[in-house]
Design a protein around this ligand. Structure first.
Ligand code: IYR
Length: 224
């Protein structure tokens, strides 16, 4: 049997409860200004910010510490163009009826459509893949666990870090998105989950009023 090695718990900062409350509220206040951005400028964003956000994402809690994620970071105009062309083709079919009327009705308040120019204007596209199997070593093809949950947690941390750094983001989910394996040259056992678009908002970017309509604490939580 593998003898489990342990290390002592590394204490978190020694704060008063008042300081903890203040920090929690300050982080919440900062995150409340995050909005999905659907019009990006071409203004560059330093690669170091993306690297730091990816490192945070890689720290996410995950099934059996198998870290079942891969982030394909796209900045080349050729690759961005290939993603835009393929995504818009799928989106046209989606908006032309494949989604069904209930789904399309739900999207009306957002004002989304099949044209995705931001896939080329934004400086970074982070294509997120979930690894059904495979670990840190290339020859490791063992099963992974809670894959979607783990990758979702990682993406949340990624989005929070980018927002803290003052970078605008959009979670883009072309439907279907298998073409991303081809463009990103990723193996079939990796499932693309989302494209995180990162950059700065264009001067004419708008926020749909619908996006500000958030559920209250009472609506989202119950206390036993
Ligand atoms: N993938 C499409 C449609 C879309 C779906 C949902 I649910 C959204 O919250 C937003 C868009 C698109 O990217 O336009």
């Amino acid at each position: 049997m593998f003898d489990r090695e342990v290390l002592p718990w590394q204490p978190y900062p020694n704060l008063t409860d008042a300081e903890r409350i203040a920090r929690a509220r300050a982080f919440n206040a900062s995150m409340q200004s995050r909005r999905s951005c659907r019009a990006f400028s071409e203004e560059p964003v330093p690669r170091e910010i993306i690297e730091a956000a990816l490192a945070t994402a890689g720290s996410a809690p995950n099934g059996a510490n198998r870290q079942p994620w891969h982030f394909c970071v796209v900045s080349s105009p050729e690759a961005k163009c290939a993603i835009r062309i393929a995504a818009e083709e799928e989106e046209r079919a989606f908006y032309d009826g494949r989604a069904g009327s209930e789904w399309l009705d739900a999207l009306v308040p957002l004002g989304t459509g099949a044209d995705k120019p931001y896939l080329e204007t934004a400086p970074w596209l982070i294509v997120v893949f979930a690894q059904r199997r495979g670990g840190p070593d290339l020859d490791d093809l063992k099963q992974n666990y809670y894959v979607t949950e783990s990758v979702g947690l990682a993406c949340g941390l990624l989005l929070a870090t980018l927002h803290q750094a003052g970078i605008a983001t959009l979670v883009h989910t072309p439907n279907p998105m298998r073409f991303l394996n081809r463009v990103c040259r990723r193996p079939d056992h990796e499932k693309p989950l989302m494209v995180i678009v990162a950059g700065h908002a264009a001067p004419d970017a708008v926020i749909p009023a619908h996006a500000l309509d958030k559920k209250t604490l009472e609506q989202i939580a119950s206390w036993l």
